[in-house]
Design a protein around this ligand. Structure first.
Ligand code: HEM
Length: 139
């Protein structure tokens, strides 16, 4: 039986240099230190995402199936989702799970208002007007 090691975002964040480089991809933690020099996309991009979430950057590039399979060699554990700090992402394109969830929530509130409350208000106003117009006519 194998137990998965769970790391907090802070624990991953300290591995942020070329000689000790970890990154987070879809909630999984990878030690890519040995891969930095071999990365076809160069070391620069990996260093930019050192110790943080690189899921969006990785997807944006459209990595091959081979690249995805390589990840298994570097896997060291899972990310403790609850440890991901809320707030702006640390890298321009990197989005933490918590930040995405917060954005989602904001979007929900916005669309909830426009999709539900606003039409309802218009409907109520319409019937109020009809009632008023009917009442005036009946007089
Ligand atoms: C974290 C683990 C990563 C692995 C194992 C990995 C692996 C690879 C591999 C195998 C390729 C060759 C093309 C392919 O097979 O898709 C590649 C290309 C590339 N990677 Fe990554 N990559 C990783 C992370 C990243 C990140 C975080 C970025 C950030 C933007 C990135 C940017 C690129 C770019 C720009 C190329 C294209 C290079 C070219 O075609 O000239 N990679 N990567």
């Amino acid at each position: 039986m194998s137990t998965v090691t769970v790391y907090t975002a802070d624990q991953v964040a300290v591995h942020n240099k070329k000689s000790d480089l970890w990154c987070i991809l879809d909630g999984k933690v990878y030690d890519i230190t040995k891969f930095v020099d071999e990365h076809p996309g160069g070391e620069e991009v990996l260093l930019e995402h050192a110790g943080i979430d690189c899921s969006d950057a990785f997807e944006d590039v459209g990595h091959s199936e081979d690249a995805r399979e390589m990840l298994a060699d570097f896997y060291v554990g899972d990310l403790d989702g609850a440890s991901v700090p809320a707030g702006p992402p640390k890298a321009p394109v990197a989005k933490s799970a918590a930040a995405s969830a917060a954005n989602q929530k904001q979007n929900d509130t916005g669309s909830g208002f426009t999709q539900f409350a606003l039409p309802l208000a218009i409907l109520v106003a319409y019937f109020a007007y009809k009632y008023y117009a009917g009442a005036v006519q009946a007089e």
